[in-house]
Ligand binder design. Structure first.
Ligand code: BES
Ligand code: ZN
Length: 638
């Protein structure tokens, strides 16, 4: 119970401000998850069994979860779980010593008293279950529950919002939304295998971050097993009118019929990507790797749900130019899913290591030129964030106490993390560094690590083994210090020079737009557009005429174009911009556009009007994020 009180006390301190200042890093406990109420020192989940019904009419998930728990303290009389926007109907405990049940080999479920604590805006409500003290090593607790319509993990799409006129439901649990559809110990410190029975409409197919059977009959009842231990944020479910197509011996694509063919073509290199990564960093340990193509409203580019990455359809450009997202989510099968962050402060251990591996996969499969351009663009995004963020938020091991971990989101854990690994790679040499990473994945397989554990392992297995190359102080500067260390090893490319030259020539009137970039790839176009100075309407018209930018099938290029449309108030571009904001829910693509619109009073009106229309089609987390941009503080309910 101690931990629960501590977390609760901190939340209260946070509300009163100053006491637990986020910059006071000296007081942070790196082993403590400030984003969970679970008393993991007393009980630890060892298995979950889900029995759920997905009801599209009432937009609820209802049923039960049975948690197998290891009891760490015989004196404990309370089990504390995380919940948010869930209705708890009943809590029962499996009992073998009531009324001679053991003798008759019967299982008896005994009701237990429970209550929900006052909800915290970010963390939700602690579910406190009273239990008798016990010398038993394990406990089984069954919770009957029903989700509310406000569940932050769930997006319910109506028939009208999908391509096939069938509804769609999906979950997005990372970072702390698993608790909004399953009451559980919602902390990445705890890992457990799970199984599930999902019932839903007969015409729909359910898939999970587990063993999926593409040949399973569509009959409204689906069974899943995830034999490997996974953290709660990797439990995922989607239900829709899904078809399956194989792309290799252990890879395939699930999607609605309208996109399945294009998707299978776009993602045809998944098997070569797996093989490239296995060669560098050890075996793929999750049997199959499938891709689920999400509805356009999916808030992320991708989500690394084990065995089944959830991927935005905006990655399908027709020319494989954006498949680094696949390399990224695949790399999480090692960094994150196999060896994962222990708390959200350690998020860079998931994303930075993954970004580094993503680059390595892209180099192996598509060559150095393409991956170096992607890496240079990444550093550009990092520099923009460094210019905006306060020093305390520029560190890799970020202090997120009293904050929603989603609000601490930036390119720092991704790109600075990637550069840290690039630096170690350059200093120690490829062979030693790859061996180190392989050893790290083996050593911590199916466990979680925090930043301090990572640094200790790094010291023992790299710094001390090859002394005099990198000091502990240098590592500390990378992980705990702000900014970019002076000796960072930055990616370079000579493929942006011709782009700079062409942009200069076009701006100076020496080159017609239609003569620009006949052989450029998407990354060069992004660099071309992102580097534009203020432009006039006739210049924008010339660009759009030459390259049909406002109709670009490449969602990233279209995004860069719309940034120019807004920055230069190019009115002919607004109707397509509006369509884009109405159809796409990927936060990375739409948040910057809303932010940019908010810079002038006239465009503020556009932002508000479009958001009001688009809102019902966005995921709840996207709504929250856009609301924070578009609705002035005093208008929000808090
Ligand atoms: N795990 C993240 C997505 C995520 C992060 C969800 C934080 C919720 C909270 C995923 O692996 C990711 O990083 N996606 C990126 C894609 C990428 C290629 C950098 C995205 O969605 O843009
Ligand atoms: Zn990621």
């Amino acid at each position: 119970m101690k931990r629960f009180i501590l977390a609760g006390a901190l939340a209260i301190c946070g509300a009163l401000s100053v006491v637990a200042s986020p910059t006071d890093s000296s007081r942070i406990d790196p082993a403590f998850d400030y984003h969970s109420y679970a008393n993991v020192d007393e009980f630890r989940t060892t298995h979950l069994d889900l029995d759920l019904r997905v009801d599209f009419k009432f937009k609820t998930i209802a049923g039960s979860v049975t948690l197998e728990l290891k009891r760490l303290d015989p004196r404990s009389t309370q089990l504390v779980l995380d919940t948010k926007d869930i209705m708890i109907l009943d809590v029962t405990q499996k009992s073998t010593d009531v009324l001679g049940a053991t003798a008759k080999n019967q299982t008896i479920w005994v009701s237990r008293p429970f209550h929900l604590e006052k909800p915290d805006r970010i963390l939700g409500s602690a579910l406190v279950i009273d239990l008798p003290p016990s010398k038993k090593a394990t406990e089984s607790i069954k919770i009957d529950y029903e989700t509310l319509e406000t569940s932050s993990a769930l997006q319910w799409l109506t028939e009208k919002q999908t391509s096939r006129h069938k509804p769609f439901l999906y979950t997005q649990s990372e970072p702390i939304s698993a608790r909004s559809w399953i009451p559980l110990q919602d902390t990445p410190q705890v890992r457990a295998p799970y199984k599930a029975k999902i019932r839903t409409d007969e015409s729909l197919r359910a898939v999970m971050s587990a063993e999926n059977d593409p040949k399973a009959k569509r009959n409204g009842e689906y069974h899943f097993v995830m034999p490997q231990a996974v953290p709660s944020y990797l439990i995922a479910l989607a239900v829709g009118d899904l078809e399956f197509r194989e792309t290799g011996p252990r890879t395939g694509v699930y999607a609605e019929k309208s996109v399945i063919k294009e998707a299978a073509k776009e993602f045809a290199d998944t098997e070569p990507m797996i093989q490239a990564n296995e060669k560098m960093f050890g075996p793929y340990r999750w049997t199959r790797y499938d891709i689920l193509v999400m509805p356009p409203s999916f808030p992320e580019g991708g989500m690394e749900n084990p065995r089944l990455s959830f991927i935005t359809p905006t990655v399908i450009a027709g020319d494989k130019s954006l498949v680094s997202v696949i390399a990224h989510e695949l790399a999480h099968s090692w960094a994150g899913n196999l060896v994962g962050n222990a708390t959200w402060r350690d998020f860079w251990l998931n994303e930075g290591v993954t970004d580094y591996m993503e680059s390595r996969i892209m180099t192996a499969v598509y060559g150095e030129q393409r991956s170096s351009m992607e890496a240079v663009l990444g550093v550009k995004s990092l520099r923009a964030d460094l210019a905006k963020l306060k020093p305390a938020d520029q560190v890799l091991a970020i202090d997120l106490r009293d904050r929603d971990p989603d609000d601490g989101f930036s390119y720092i854990p991704y790109e600075k993390g990637r550069l840290f690994l690039n630096y170690l790679d350059a200093k120690f040499g490829r062979e030693r560094f790859d061996a180190f990473l392989r050893g790290y994945f083996d050593h911590f397989a199916f466990k979680s690590v925090n930043s301090e554990q990572f640094m200790a392992y790094l010291q023992e297995n790299l710094l001390d083994r090859f002394p005099g190359i990198v000091s502990r102080a240098q590592v500390n500067t990378w992980v705990l210090g702000p900014g970019l260390p002076a000796d960072a090893v930055l990616p370079v490319t000579n493929l942006f020079q011709p782009v700079d030259a062409a942009r200069g020539a076009w701006l100076g009137g020496a080159l017609a737009a239609k003569k620009v970039g006949p052989d450029w790839i998407a990354q060069q176009w992004l660099y071309f557009l992102d580097g534009m100075p203020p432009l006039g309407a006739s210049q924008l018209a010339e660009l759009d005429k030459a390259f049909a930018l406002s109709k670009s099938p490449n969602a990233e290029i279209a995004h860069s174009w719309f940034k120019l449309v807004i920055a230069n108030n190019y009115q002919p571009g607004y109707p397509r911009l509006e369509e884009y904001l109405m159809t796409i829910g990927r936060r990375k693509l739409i948040e910057p556009l809303y932010e940019s619109l908010m810079k002038t009073p006239a465009d503020t009106e556009v932002a508000k009007r479009v958001f009001a229309k688009a809102r019902p089609g966005y995921h709840p987390e996207t709504v929250k994020a856009i609301e924070a941009i578009v609705v002035p503080k005093e208008e929000t309910s808090e």
